[in-house]
Write a protein that binds this ligand. Structure first.
Ligand code: PLP
Length: 222
């Protein structure tokens, strides 16, 4: 199946749900992204700043670019003007840097807070309890140029579907708990980004509003 066919398959699967597809195009060349673009698709995810900038410059400007990878503070300035959603904001210093860049550009930058739900040292994110504490302590109250749309998380890389499900459920539980809290103006809990090629079906069952799918659309990466 072609890239366009694969996207159509996912779009059909998501039709009638409130979940969106982010096509993760990392490592794939611009021509391949254009195949999806020409089929009408506009939402792509990249995990490296250099690659994201290159593709942004090369490709049509109505593409909605999501930064899905770990983002270093000193690189925020390179993507702040055009990025549609920074998924995976995993610490407050980074959020404040995004806020600072947004202020300079007079732009409010949409973000998701990444939560650590996996049993893997290599993954990033806030601890669930820390996030609730930070909201209660007012740590987000003075942010003026970011809009936190919700949460993002990655399950452990495992074939144990029960474990994956329980990790997604934990994230959804936090999402619910935070929705019920008094939140600052810059924060809402409408989005819950979870699910990738191997676990998106479980994620959808557990309440994902945004799945990030790479290899099932574009083929495996080297
Ligand atoms: C690469 C990546 C994905 C997509 O992974 P696939 O298994 O290829 O679907 C999703 N989310 C993040 C954060 C990624 O880095």
């Amino acid at each position: 199946m072609s890239v366009a066919d694969n996207i159509a398959k996912f779009e059909a699967e998501l039709a009638g749900t409130s979940s969106k597809l982010v096509a993760v195009s990392k490592t794939k060349p611009s021509e391949v992204i254009m195949e999806a673009y020409q089929a009408g698709f506009r939402r792509f995810g990249e995990n490296r700043v250099q690659e994201l900038i290159g593709k942004y410059q090369e490709l049509p400007k109505d593409i909605e670019w999501h930064m899905i990878g770990h983002l270093q503070r000193n690189k925020v300035k390179y993507i702040a003007s055009f990025v549609s959603l920074i998924q995976g904001v995993d610490n407050l210093k980074l959020l404040w840097e995004i806020n600072k860049q947004g202020k300079q550009l007079q732009r409010t930058i949409p973000c998701l807070l990444q939560v650590f739900i996996a049993q893997e040292e290599s993954k990033f994110g806030f601890e669930p309890q820390d996030l609730k504490d930070l909201v209660e302590q007012g740590a987000f109250n003075d942010l003026t140029h970011v809009q936190i749309l919700g949460l993002m998380g990655m399950a452990t890389f495992t074939s144990d579907t029960n474990q994956i499900r329980s990790e997604f459920r934990k994230l959804k539980g936090l999402h619910n708990a935070m929705s019920a809290m008094q939140m600052p103006a810059c924060m809402e809990m409408n989005e819950l980004s979870m699910g990738m090629s191997d676990d998106y079906k479980i994620a959808l069952e557990e309440g994902s509003t945004m799945i990030r799918v790479g290899s099932s659309i574009f083929g495996s990466r080297n």
